[in-house]
Design a protein around this ligand. Structure first.
Ligand SMILES: NC(=O)c1ccc[n+]([C@@H]2O[C@H](COP(=O)([O-])OP(=O)(O)OC[C@H]3O[C@@H](n4cnc5c(N)ncnc54)[C@H](OP(=O)(O)O)[C@@H]3O)[C@@H](O)[C@H]2O)c1
Length: 373
């Protein structure tokens, strides 16, 4: 049975949802302030440089209770999905506001490895309880934690394919395999990602835009289009592709720099040579880490998928499976022998299955063996 504290933390998590498309590179945080068992204010992380969840929740109390707000906040409790910041960053420390408002206890979901908020609040005499619904709160910010702890983003690979695992045809032809509904869902995935990466063969074959084309999401504050990256070792793109001409900017990773007509802002060309003739994925990860990228989505073909899987860099694979078979001319989603439960030597753990229009959506997690076998 859930207790009241868990109920309040679940409310904070649900408010944190509002930060999903706008908070990065900051973590997505939700906060609720409670007095006499009633929620009196809620808040979430806004765009970088704007209010964090705790400040937003305090302001919400002021908005609702006006002259009585101070009195309401005094001796109240706050539930926050992540440890409050104690250091001045783009905004002042949240711990200071919590202390100044006389909040008397705080319930925290997960700890923030970059902050010392817990110690500071304890020193100020607040009752602090950390680790409430910790797994849920940590999972919610898996992108932020991945960047801080692993120095790379959380990586999701999206694969739209046929029942027999085909992502396209060697003979070319139809661009779309899955339904309009699935493609709309992909736009939400894109919006929730800081960046999208693809391979030059996909650009040459499909000329994708890799933008978010969803009316409700494009109304949100802040930049909604993810940053775009292409692996193109010898700069084979021509210069007339959407990614190079739509003005939204694209970063191209290559093995060797050479003069190309499109080498000017907002296009960026970065040398990231690997041992083979291809781009080094480790150098790409280092670059994304410097760019504070929390979440990366891969929307590429078989070769890029294979490189990322072989490097054990994929954290999640989302399949959209259309009820069609592409047969002998199909391009498989990876170069390994693969099914929806196994790719080469890697098992896929099924996390979620749902139906989208006529298609199936599978959310899976690759299980890499610890000894590399
Ligand atoms: N259904 C879907 O979800 C979906 C999504 C995307 C694409 N596709 C389809 O996939 C097909 C293209 O697949 P593809 O496998 O040929 O191409 P791809 O994976 O998109 O791009 C592969 C190219 O990327 C470059 N590259 C640079 N560094 C790399 C590295 N470390 N690892 C791997 N590649 C690297 C290589 O070209 P250089 O050596 O010249 O650099 C390589 O040939 C198209 O038919 C497209 O329609 C389907």
């Amino acid at each position: 049975m859930k207790d009241l504290h868990q109920e309040h933390m679940l409310s904070a998590l649900s408010v944190a949802e509002k930060a999903r498309y706008i908070a990065s590179p900051n973590p997505m945080v939700g906060a609720v302030i409670v007095k006499d068992s009633q929620i009196i204010g809620t808040g979430f992380t806004h765009t970088p440089g704007s209010d964090h969840a705790e400040i937003d929740a305090i302001k919400d109390v002021y908005k609702k209770f006006k002259n009585e707000a101070s009195q309401k906040l005094n001796n109240s409790s706050i539930y926050v999905t992540l440890e409050p910041c104690s250091k001045q960053g783009r905004t002042p420390a949240c711990t200071r506001a919590i202390i100044e408002e006389g909040i008397k206890e705080i319930y925290i979901g997960s700890k923030d490895p970059l902050q010392e908020g817990i110690e500071e609040l304890q020193k100020a005499g607040l009752k602090v309880k950390s680790g409430l619904l910790e797994d849920k709160c940590t999972e919610f910010n898996r992108g932020f934690f991945s960047r801080i702890e692993r120095k790379r983003p959380f990586i999701t690979c999206k694969i739209a394919c046929s029942e027999d695992g085909g992502i396209g045809l060697t003979t070319g032809g139809d661009k779309w395999i899955t339904s309009k509904k699935s493609r709309e869902d992909v736009h939400k995935l894109r919006a929730a990602s800081d960046a999208i990466l693809t391979g030059v063969e996909t650009v040459l074959a499909d000329n994708p835009r890799l933008t978010v084309r969803d009316k409700t999401l494009s109304k949100l504050e802040g930049e909604i289009h993810p940053r775009r990256y292409v692996l193109d070792s010898s700069l084979r793109m021509q210069g007339n592709e959407h990614l190079l001409t739509d003005g939204l900017g694209t970063t191209i990773f290559c093995n060797d720099l050479r003069t190309v007509s499109y080498d000017k802002p907002p296009i960026k060309i970065v040398k990231a040579p690997g041992k083979s003739k291809r781009v080094s994925l480790q150098k790409v990860m280092d670059y994304l880490n410097k760019e504070e990228c929390n979440t990366l989505m891969i929307e590429a073909g078989s070769k890029v998928n294979t490189s990322f899987i072989a490097s054990e860099l994929i954290d999640e694979i989302i399949f959209y499976i259309a009820p069609v078979k592409l047969g002998k001319d199909k391009i498989n989603f990876s170069e390994f022998e693969s099914s929806f439960s196994k790719i080469g030597t890697i098992d896929l753990e099924l996390k979620e299955i749902s139906k989208i229009g006529p298609d199936k959506k599978l959310i899976t997690k690759p299980v890499y063996s610890k000894d590399g076998t």
